[in-house]
Ligand binder design. Structure first.
Ligand code: ZN
Length: 208
């Protein structure tokens, strides 16, 4: 990768935007008002804006290894707090993807140093759904299913936060679980039943 080329690309991008709309950056600098918070994987193949076809200013984005929402992760928790409380987004998306290296690593028995505590969150998802996962004999299908279950569990982690519970009650905020299939380029809606899960977990996690 030629780093100098990136600056040339940037110049071309600025020119093309300004050709289209002379006030483009002027308007962008006035502030942001996104309606969506997207939490996805850092994987270089899963480019959030591009795969959703959205423009700068439309989606607030957080990415980490395997699209996790650990309740002790200050970065993820701050992003959720800011997006839900201050930007007042109405949709929060957890987007996983098939062929996720983070999920794959969590399925293997290997000491990965500082990654161990991070991947342990995915191993916990495996443990919670061990029966279903172990009954899938095809390893690729089991891997895909863990990607999906991980998205589902991260949606549940979102629902455990006071901000999301309150925003659901006050303005009907919705949590969505998606998977991006790198092999076909398609986005798949896992159709996670947000209100049903919410009702289910609220008995234990109710905060407000
Ligand atoms: Zn990934």
């Amino acid at each position: 990768m030629n780093i100098k080329q990136i600056f040339k690309n940037n110049e071309n991008w600025v020119h093309s935007k300004l050709n289209h709309d002379a006030d483009y950056f002027n308007n962008l600098s006035k502030g942001q008002n996104p309606d969506i918070l997207y939490i996805g994987c850092s994987d270089s193949r899963v480019s959030a804006e591009e795969l959703m076809g959205v423009a700068p200013g439309e989606v607030f984005i957080h990415r980490n290894i395997a699209n996790m929402v650990p309740n002790t992760d200050l970065s993820a928790m701050s992003v959720i707090d800011y997006a839900v409380l201050h930007l007042k987004v109405n949709h929060v998306i957890i987007c996983g993807h098939y062929y996720c290296g983070g999920v794959k690593a969590a399925m293997e028995s290997k000491d990965l140093g500082i990654l161990n505590p991070w991947l342990r969150n995915i191993r916990d998802v495996y443990r919670m759904h061990r029966e279903e996962l172990n009954s899938i004999l095809d390893e690729d299908l089991r891997y895909n299913r863990l990607v999906e279950l991980n998205v589902q569990e991260q949606c549940i982690n979102l629902i455990k936060t006071a901000e999301v519970q309150r925003a659901f009650r006050d303005r009907g905020l919705t949590v969505h679980g998606w998977v991006f299939d790198i092999h076909s380029g398609k986005l798949i809606d896992l159709k996670i039943n947000f209100s049903e899960i919410l009702e289910n977990v609220m008995e234990i996690y109710h905060l407000d």
